[in-house]
Design a protein around this ligand. Sequence first.
Ligand code: FAD
Length: 390
Amino acid sequence: MPFYIEPQSKIIAQFFPDQAGEYNQILESFGEFVEKEILPTAKTIDKQGTFPKENMDKIFKQGFTNIPYPENLEGLGLPYPIYVACMELVGKACASTAISLAIHGTVCDGLYQFGNKAQHERYLPDLITGRKLAAFGLTEAGAGSDARSMATKAEFDTSKGNWIINGSKMYITNASKADVYYVFARTAKGYAAILVPSDTHGFSHGANITKMGLRGSTLMELTFDNVSVPKENLVGIDGEGFEYAKKMLFGGRITIAALSVGIAQAALEKTIAYAKEREAFGKHLSDFEITRAKVADMMTEINAARLMTYYAALIKGRKHQDYGIEACEAKLYATEMALRVCNQAIQIHGGYGYTDDADVHRHWRDAKLMTIGEGTSEIMQIIIAQKAFE
Ligand SMILES: Cc1cc2nc3c(=O)[nH]c(=O)nc-3n(C[C@H](O)[C@H](O)[C@H](O)COP(=O)(O)OP(=O)(O)OC[C@H]3O[C@@H](n4cnc5c(N)ncnc54)[C@H](O)[C@@H]3O)c2cc1C
């Protein structure tokens, strides 16, 4: 089975009938690259918990995070669904690599949407091409889903023209590896988004927090002890920071949905191969109606989630259209779907599925975070229900 498959190419062809050949060719060759270069590393990255720097450098070189950005910023100027389809392929190959890239991509998006021209020129070419890496600092130990209750403060020092940041952030992906941190803090006017370069005095990170899945990505606490950055590091308008965080999360949720579809697709393909090979009661598992029905449900759910995800990406790519609800729906459905699919994948693998040799439980462990990060499933339900009852 090719890495870039028919259901993906069909959606892209429907979305972009005039460029279907060109876009599907790009995605097919990206799929071949990911299968050859990234997929073989995934199991070891999970086992050893090594940060996938080599993978990320290769992917950046191939052209990925620069897909949706204009050429004057070293972007490729391609539609957002192409980026999201690539994210699915990386998620299918190695979720640890994909989550680091997804968070980095959320920051690129936030800088592009809310940064000024000087910030675009200073940061974006390096970030979208991967010469530099970014992290997103919103969550705190006492403020996760309820991010507005954050305690980290930024005060403007009028005498020096600097922002002084004090506080801490928790569970930050890419911590210690990132060159720049997009940090949210309370200010006298509400909330602000401020860029903190990694070498700023007073800024530090804790030890890596080990976790059940996505073991290659880093996860750390950040501490800000009288961190001083120039006024030019404020992104957009002081007081609007929380709105920026919300909008960045909407975009991020589409990429988390794509990553979940990729993980589920990997689990499905391993399951189909195993079911064709494993024998019980004188038959292959793939001959049992119950197995076939389970696989049919897995495939249907993956395709439903993919359609929702690419659709949300299509709307996001059309400037000035609201895509928040579609992004939340895609995330809610795709992330919970990935758990169901990975659970069935382990079940169809039987005892072997529970072992490290089979490797299929890695997909379940990786998928679990997707229902928590960038807004939990319950927070997605709250946002969607608000729309339903408005
Ligand atoms: C691997 C990993 C990577 C992460 N990366 C980042 C990152 O890069 N940057 C960043 O800023 N954060 C990051 N996070 C943090 C993540 O976004 C938060 O963990 C998440 O938003 C949930 O917050 P919390 O952990 O404080 O859970 P809580 O907010 O304490 O929630 C606990 C439970 O209560 C539920 N709950 C909360 N409020 C309600 C409500 N009103 N109604 C019903 N149920 C509710 C939640 O859904 C959840 O099930 C990461 C977390 C992990 C584990």
